[in-house]
Ligand binder design. Structure first.
Ligand code: SUD
Ligand code: ADP
Length: 323
C-alpha cells in the first residue's frame, strides 16, 4: 500500500507568568525558575509518511512546507526549522535504539500562527509537536516507538523550552528549572483551577533570545540579579529585553504597570480578573498602540488552552496526494 499516512498536531504558544534568572552557568546558559502556561494561539503541524526505499536515518528525506500569517522571513530563513530538526532527531534516535528500517520519507506542513521572536515559544512548540506526530506515524508504519522519557531527552537536545510543551501536554502548565529543560508538570488545583485569561500584545518588533540573555549577562553580577529579582516585574529579563529593543520602553510606558514581558520578549501580557477586565485591558492596549503610532502583530484576549502539544488527528491512510 503506497498511500501516505497522515496525522496532525497542535503546537500552542506559551506565556512565562514568572521568570527568575538565578545565575549564569559555566556552559553559558542561565539557570532559571520559570512558570509557563500554554495559551490559545497555536501553530499546526500536519505530517505525512510515505513509503520509500530503505536508507540510513541520517539520509532521511524530510520536506517542510511553511504557510500561515506568522511564517515571516526570519522563520523562512532559519537554516533548519526546529520542527524538521525534531522529526530527524526522533527517527535517528529510534534507528540507534531499535535498528529501525527507515523505509519512508516525511512531509511536514507547518502552519505558523504564533508570532516569532516574541517569547511565545513557537519554534520550541513546533519541535515538540513534530516529534509527537512523527512518533505516532512511525509507530503505525513500523510498529516501533521511542519511550516517552527518551523523547523528552531528544527534545532537550534541541532547545531549552522544547521539553515543556511535550511534558505538559495534558495540562499546559508547568514550572521549568535548570536551563528550562527540567519540567515539573502542574495541574489545575484550588484557586488555580480556573483557566487564566490574558490580554496579549505582540509589538511590531521581535527580540532575539540569545541577544537578550547576552544583554542580561553583561548587566548582571549576583548583586544585579538580586536587585532585578526585587523589581516590580515578574520577569528578570525585562531590563535586558529593553536594552536590546529600546522601543519596548515606549510600550511599557504606554501600557501601564499591569503588563509584563513573556520570556525574552517581545510579547507583553496582563492577567485579567474576568472577561470585562480582559476587554478593558485590550482596549487600553489598542489605545496605547494608536498613541505610539504602531501596529502590533497581535492584540487581543487569550486564555489558557489547557494542553501542551496535542494530536488532533491520529494517523490514517490518506487517499494519495495532499488531503
Ligand atoms: C527566554 C525563554 C523563557 O521561556 O523563552 P523565549 O523567550 O525564547 O520564548 C527560554 O529561556 C529560551 O529558551 P529557548 O528559546 O529554547 O532557548 P535555546 O534555544 O535553548 O537557547 C538560545 C540561547 O539563549 C541563551 N539561553 C537560553 C536558555 C537559558 N536558560 N539560558 C540561556 O542563556 C543561550 O545563549 C542560548 O544559546
Ligand atoms: N518552527 C519555527 N518557528 C519559528 N521560528 C523558528 C522555527 N524554527 C526555527 N526558528 C527560528 O527561531 C527563531 C525564534 O523563534 P521563536 O520560537 O518564535 O521565538 P521565541 O524564542 O521568542 O519564542 C526564529 O526567528 C527563527 O529564526
Amino acid at each position: 500500500m503506497n498511500a501516505p499516512l497522515v496525522a496532525t498536531a497542535l503546537a500552542p504558544a506559551k506565556l512565562n507568568t514568572t521568570l527568575r534568572v538565578l545565575g549564569r552557568r559555566a556552559d553559558g546558559f542561565h539557570e532559571l525558575d520559570t512558570s509557563m502556561v500554554c495559551i490559545g494561539p497555536c501553530d499546526v503541524v500536519e505530517a505525512r509518511l510515505r513509503p520509500a526505499p530503505p536508507r540510513p536515518a541520517h539520509d532521511l528525506v524530510v520536506r517542510l512546507a511553511l504557510e500561515g500569517s506568522a511564517a515571516t522571513d526570519d522563520v523562512r530563513a532559519a537554516p533548519q526549522n526546529l520542527a524538521e530538526r525534531a522529526a530527524r532527531a526522533y527517527v535517528e534516535a529510534l534507528e540507534r535504539r531499535t535498528g529501525l528500517c527507515v523505509d519512508f520519507a516525511l512531509e511536514l506542513d507547518l502552519v505558523k500562527n504564533v508570532p516569532s521572536r516574541a517569547g511565545l515559544g513557537g519554534a520550541s512548540s513546533d519541535a515538540a509537536a513534530a516529534l509527537l506526530v512523527v512518533r505516532d506515524l512511525v509507530l503505525v508504519h513500523s510498529g516501533q516507538v521511542l519511550a516517552w522519557a527518551d523523547c523528552l531527552d531528544e527534545l532537550a537536545e534541541l532547545g531549552s523550552d522544547t521539553v515543556f510543551f511535550a511534558a505538559a501536554r495534558f495540562t499546559g502548565r508547568g514550572r521549568a528549572t535548570g536551563r528550562g529543560e527540567r519540567v515539573e508538570v502542574l495541574s489545575r488545583t484550588g484557586v488555580e483551577r480556573e483557566r487564566g485569561r490574558f490580554a496579549l500584545v505582540v509589538p511590531d518588533v521581535g527580540c532575539s533570545t540569545p541577544s537578550v540573555y547576552a544583554a542580561f549577562a553583561l548587566g548582571s553580577g549576583p548583586a544585579a540579579v538580586g536587585a532585578l529579582a526585587a523589581s516590580s516585574f515578574a520577569n528578570d529579563l525585562v531590563d535586558a529585553a529593553r536594552a536590546v529593543e529600546p522601543v519596548l520602553d515606549e510600550w511599557f510606558e504606554a501600557l501601564g504597570p499591569r503588563f509584563d514581558l513573556s520570556g525574552s520578549g517581545s510579547a507583553l501580557f496582563a492577567r485579567a480578573t474576568d472577561a470585562d477586565d480582559a476587554a478593558e485591558l485590550v482596549d487600553q492596549a489598542r489605545r496605547a498602540a494608536e498613541r505610539l503610532g504602531r501596529t502590533p502583530r497581535w492584540c487581543g484576549v487569550t486564555t489558557e488552552c489547557g494542553h501542551g502539544v496535542r494530536l488532533v488527528r491520529a494517523p490514517r491512510r490518506s487517499s494519495g496526494g495532499r488531503p
